[in-house]
Design a protein around this ligand. Structure first.
Ligand SMILES: NC(=O)c1ccc[n+]([C@@H]2O[C@H](COP(=O)([O-])OP(=O)(O)OC[C@H]3O[C@@H](n4cnc5c(N)ncnc54)[C@H](OP(=O)(O)O)[C@@H]3O)[C@@H](O)[C@H]2O)c1
Length: 256
């Protein structure tokens, strides 16, 4: 029996990187999958490379109404939700002294408020024994220069997840967090930095990661599958670091 047979998964931010790899694996494991993303080009590409029972909707997670509508359309199609999985997020590396309050507002809206609002709008469709998964980052536990906005927002998300895990326990709904270390996805291209600087980031993270490699989206997808499936039915309120040991390393200090 496939691990997600008869389950319906909502993946917010599923058209690229970790979300797309997870969507592929979830479909292979028998899930029906509802995906969201913003850019039409990525939606078209994802539609072509996925196979199985899925629906993709264009919805920005920070546009609460459009995400709510996407959730409603997906549920109208598939009936209910067994897996709520937030992947959509953004990183804005910037020094505090160079940032404006707007940078913080924007980070906190995307990486903390929007996932909470999305869950708020999805919660009525969750089946008993559902699995809720949020995506954080090593920077939620390990401080680094330029990462105060991103790290603060994601740390808030982790604490939110752990708190509601206790509230949902009575209903046997589980809430867990995936915390990727540096992972080879198109997120680096979204930073708008020159190629050599991106290469520099990747080289740096390869060097400071104890396993001396970057993560692959599939590494996260496999951990997401574990949290989504009944294999983790006695696990709630935890964070799984899929980071090659980065969260245990003493050297996480990227150049400002
Ligand atoms: N890659 C890493 O090194 C790394 C490390 C630590 C944590 N993370 C976390 O992992 C998550 C996924 O990252 P990734 O590396 O897989 O990134 P990615 O390849 O850029 O994929 C992000 C996905 O989310 C969608 N998305 C982004 N912003 C969105 C928004 N506002 N509303 C709806 N969809 C949105 C993207 O599509 P559109 O662009 O079309 O919206 C895409 O489908 C993020 O939460 C990130 O913070 C990543």
């Amino acid at each position: 029996m496939r691990k997600l047979q008869n389950k319906v998964a909502l993946i917010l931010g599923g058209t690229s990187g970790i979300g797309l790899a997870s969507a592929k694996l979830f479909l292979e494991e028998g899930a029906k999958v509802i995906l969201t993303g913003r850019k039409q080009r990525k939606i078209d590409a994802a539609s072509k490379c996925l196979s199985g029972d899925f629906e993709i909707y264009q919805a920005d997670i920070t546009d609460f109404e459009s995400t709510k509508k996407a959730i409603e359309k997906g549920v109208a199609q598939f009936g209910h939700l067994d897996i709520f999985y937030q992947v959509a997020g953004k990183a804005t590396p910037i020094l505090f002294n160079q940032a404006t309050p707007k940078v913080y507002e924007s980070e906190i809206k995307t990486d903390l408020i929007a996932p909470i609002v999305a869950l708020w709008n999805a919660k009525q469709y969750l089946n008993p024994h559902a699995s809720i998964i949020f995506t954080s980052t090593t920077f939620s536990t390990r401080p680094a220069p330029t990462m105060s906005a991103y790290g603060a927002a994601k740390a808030g998300l982790v604490q939110f997840a752990k708190s509601i895990a206790l509230e949902y326990a009575e209903q046997k709904i589980r809430v867990n967090v995936l915390s990727p270390g540096s992972t080879e996805t198109p997120i680096f291209d979204e930073l708008g930095l020159p190629e050599d600087q991106i290469k520099g980031f990747k080289d740096f993270f390869r060097m400071v990661t104890p396993l001396k490699s970057l993560g692959q989206p599939e590494d996260l997808a496999k951990a997401a599958l574990f949290l989504a499936s009944d294999d983790s039915k006695h696990i709630t309120g935890i964070t799984i670091d899929v980071d090659g040991g980065l969260n245990q390393s003493w050297h996480l200090v990227p150049e400002a």
